[in-house]
Design a protein around this ligand. Structure first.
Ligand code: C2E
Ligand code: CA
Ligand code: CA
Ligand code: CA
Length: 281
């Protein structure tokens, strides 16, 4: 049987081989990316839906490969996670983000309330010296810890609930805020929401994308918002692309929004220009 379909197996093998090679190439190049200055941060505005004011930025990693050009985080972040490279890269990202916000504070462009959201992957979250590293970076950059907000996925928490609880408590001690990312796409066990100190739920863009102004497409969005508010959490909707979505989110009392309708992720220069313009949506 195997012989008969030999060609097919061979083709299949080659794709797997190709894929493995690609992953290996990404890994090899990613090891050098920081020292080659190929990694950059983008900043995507997060807006208070009641006031139309900017409340902070989510930092998103960008890799501009010297030869291959732009490589999507959807391609390199998973490789970075698998290989553990996300740990040094993640600390680089955190320091860069803290340093940038501090610079904006010093130049008077950012007030004390403006926050910077940094994504923390499961692999980073399970590092034993995570808190020490964070403390060091906060100290080095002299950023007030309340200005920092970590975006963590449900799966990172669920992988080791007891440990997660400890880490989240240490965040709480420092007034570092926690945002649960991609909410609704993973385990979504309501019971843990109650026992962890989480400040914000982030509605995944797959839910936001379905909103079209009609009651039929509301899906879980009103439920998520109600539960969050009931438990004293704020809600941010990501992936807001249209005015209809924005209006519906406002009607549902969603607190914050993020998405192309407001602004795409911006490089430092454009984020700085935006701050200079005292934006109002
Ligand atoms: P995420 O954390 O869920 O980030 C949101 C993604 O949605 C970003 O994709 C962002 O550019 C995109 N986005 C923002 N507004 C809109 C919109 O209106 N419509 C649509 N369709 N998309 C929108 P991006 O930058 O490609 O990042 C993809 C994922 O890679 C992130 O998903 C996150 O899981 C990961 N990632 C990115 N940067 C970092 C990082 O610094 N650290 C870690 N650990 N992961 C990161
Ligand atoms: Ca995120
Ligand atoms: Ca998300
Ligand atoms: Ca994600």
């Amino acid at each position: 049987r195997a012989k008969k379909q030999g060609n097919r197996y061979q083709v299949f093998d080659e794709t797997i081989h190709q894929k493995a090679l690609q992953t290996f190439q990404i890994e090899t190049d990613l090891r050098k990316a920081i020292s080659l200055n190929e990694l950059k941060l983008n900043y995507q505005p997060i807006i208070d839906l009641k006031t139309g004011k900017l409340i902070g930025f989510e930092t998103l990693a960008r890799w501009i490969h010297t030869h291959r050009g732009f490589i999507s985080p959807n391609e390199f972040i998973p490789v970075a996670e698998e290989t553990g490279l996300i740990v040094p890269i993640g600390y680089w990202i955190l320091e860069e983000a803290c340093q940038q916000l501090k610079a904006w504070q010093i130049s008077g462009l950012a007030d004390e309330n403006l926050t910077v959201n940094v994504n923390l992957s499961a692999r980073q979250f399970s590092q034993v010296d995570l808190i020490e590293q964070i403390d060091q970076i906060l100290e080095k950059t002299d950023l007030n810890s309340q200005a920092l907000k970590f975006e963590i996925t449900e799966s990172a928490i669920m992988e080791n609930q007891q440990k997660a609880q400890k880490i989240l408590e240490q965040f709480r001690d420092r007034q570092i805020q926690i945002c649960l990312d991609d909410f609704g796409t993973g385990y979504s066990s309501l019971s843990y929401l109650d026992s962890f100190s989480i400040d914000t739920l982030k509605i995944d863009k797959s839910f936001t994308g379905r909103l079209d102004g009609t009651p039929e497409q509301l899906g879980l969005v009103p439920v998520i918002i109600n539960i969050a508010h009931h438990m004293g959490m704020d809600v941010v909707a990501e992936g807001v692309e249209t005015e209809a979505q924005l209006n519906q989110l406002k009607e549902l009392d969603c607190d914050f929004g993020q998405g192309y309708f407001f602004a795409k992720p911006l490089d430092v220069e454009n984020a700085t220009k935006l701050l200079e313009s005292s934006p109002q949506w």
